[in-house]
Design a protein around this ligand. Structure first.
Ligand code: PLP
Length: 368
C-alpha cells in the first residue's frame, strides 16, 4: 500500500522527547522557546508564538488584531472548516470569495468589486501548499487598510517572490499529524510587530503579563514541551523533506502529463510550492470519480478528497447568519473533481511510476 500520508518520526524526535521526559518539565518551557526561535529563523520572521494547534493560532491572531463582532473577514469557501470556524469564534462575519479554477487559491479579481465598509482583514489560504497571490493581496489590503492573516497551515516554507509565506503581515501555521511538519498537534503565529508579539503571548497564557498579573481575560493556548521536542526534530529534517516533495511532484506531474482526462496541479509563477497535497482534477464529464478512486485504492494507492464540498454546501454554514457568500460556483465544481495522490518524501521513483500506471488504468476503467 502506498499511503496518502505517513507520519515519519526520526531518531532525533525520539531523543528530544526522551530528554523532555527525563527533565520532568512537560508544560511550555525552553523547548517551546527553542522551537519558536528555530521556526522563526527558518521563515525569517521577527517574532513567533507557538500554540496548541493551528485553529487556536488563527483565533489568537485575530483576537490580537482586535477582530470581533461587527467586523468582516474575507476568506475562501474551498478550505478546511478551521479557517471559517476560527473567524466565527471571534464573533466576526465571514465573507467568502470564490477560488480560481486552476490553482484552488482565492480569486483576487473578485476582491475589487466588494463593498468594503465592514471588512477588517483577509485570510488567504495557501491551499495544498501553494502561496496565494501575495502581491495582489498586499496591495488590496493596503488600499483598504486591512490586515492580512495568512492561513499557512499547509504551506510551511513555501515562498512567494522568494519570501516565506506567513511573513507578509501575520501568519498562522499548523503542526497537526498530517501536515508537512508535525508536532502531533500544534500551531504557530508569526509577526514582524513587537507590540503584537507581546499581546499574542499575553492572550495565549490567560491574559497574564507576568504570573498573576492579568492584563485582560485570556486563554490557554500553550504548546507542551513534548510537542515542541517532536517539532524541533522535524525542523532539522524539514529542508530534505521539502526537497523530496518537490522532486516527487515534478516527476509525478510529468508521468501524468499525457492523460487528457486528468489535470495535474498548476504552479503559478514567482513561487515555490510546499506540496502538502498533490491534487489532480478529473474530467468528470467523462469519468466517475468514486469509481476512479475505488480502482486506485484497490491497486494499493491511497487517495484523499480535499475537499468534498464547498463550505456553503454544509447546513452548518449555509444557514449561518454570519457566513456571507455571493458566488462559489467554482469551489462547488472543483470540489467534485479533485483527487489527492500520495506525494510525501517517503516515496521513491518506482512508487510514483506505480501511481501513474494505476491512474492510467483507472481512467480507462472509470469512464461513464
Ligand atoms: C490543518 C488546517 C488548519 C487547522 O489546523 P489544526 O492544527 O488542525 O487546528 C487550518 N487551516 C487549514 C487550511 C488547514 O489545513
Amino acid at each position: 500500500m502506498i499511503p496518502i500520508t505517513k507520519v515519519e518520526i526520526g531518531e532525533r524526535e525520539r531523543q528530544l522527547v526522551a530528554e523532555v521526559l527525563q527533565s520532568g518539565g512537560l508544560a511550555q518551557g525552553k523547548y517551546v522557546a527553542e522551537f519558536e526561535k528555530m521556526f522563526g529563523h527558518m521563515i525569517m520572521s521577527k517574532y513567533t508564538v507557538a500554540t496548541s494547534n493551528g485553529t487556536t493560532a488563527l483565533f489568537l491572531a485575530m483576537k490580537t488584531l482586535g477582530i470581533g463582532e461587527g467586523d468582516e473577514v474575507i476568506t475562501t469557501p474551498f478550505t478546511f472548516a478551521a479557517t471559517v470556524n476560527s473567524i466565527l469564534e471571534t464573533g466576526a462575519t465571514v465573507r467568502l470569495v470564490d477560488i480560481e479554477e486552476d490553482s484552488f487559491l482565492i480569486n483576487c479579481n473578485e476582491l475589487g468589486s466588494m463593498s468594503q465598509s465592514h471588512i477588517r482583514a483577509i485570510v488567504p489560504v495557501h491551499m495544498f501548499g501553494q502561496p496565494a497571490d501575495m502581491d495582489l493581496i498586499c496591495s488590496f489590503a493596503e488600499r483598504h487598510d486591512l490586515r492580512i492573516i495568512e492561513d499557512a497551515a499547509q504551506a510551511h516554507f513555501a515562498t512567494f517572490q522568494g519570501r516565506a509565506v506567513g511573513t507578509f503581515d501575520v501568519g498562522c501555521f499548523s503542526f497537526y499529524a498530517t501536515k508537512n511538519v508535525t508536532c502531533g498537534e500544534g500551531g504557530m503565529v508569526s509577526t514582524n510587530r513587537g507590540d503584537e508579539f507581546e499581546w499574542l503571548r499575553i492572550l495565549r497564557n490567560q491574559g497574564m503579563r507576568d504570573r498573576y498579573d492579568y492584563a485582560v481575560p485570556g486563554y490557554n493556548f500553550r504548546m507542551t514541551e513534548l510537542q515542541a521536542a517532536i517539532g524541533l526534530g522535524q525542523l532539522e529534517r524539514a529542508e530534505a523533506m521539502i526537497v523530496g516533495r518537490r522532486l516527487n511532484a515534478r516527476l509525478l506531474s510529468s508521468l501524468l502529463a499525457d492523460i487528457d482526462e486528468i489535470t495535474v496541479p498548476f504552479v503559478k509563477s514567482n513561487r515555490e510550492h510546499a506540496w502538502h497535497q498533490f491534487t489532480i482534477k478529473l474530467d468528470i464529464d467523462v469519468l466517475d470519480r468514486a469509481h476512479f478512486v475505488e480502482i486506485l485504492n484497490a491497486r494499493g494507492i491511497g487517495t484523499g478528497i480535499y475537499y468534498p464540498r464547498s463550505i456553503t454546501e454544509y447546513e452548518a454554514y449555509s444557514g449561518h447568519p454570519r457566513v456571507l457568500c455571493d458566488d462559489d460556483s467554482i469551489a462547488r465544481r472543483v470540489a467534485r473533481q479533485v483527487v489527492s495522490l500520495p506525494i510525501g518524501p517517503y516515496l521513491e521513483a518506482r512508487d510514483l511510476e506505480e501511481i501513474a500506471i494505476a491512474c492510467k488504468i483507472a481512467v480507462m476503467e472509470s469512464r461513464k
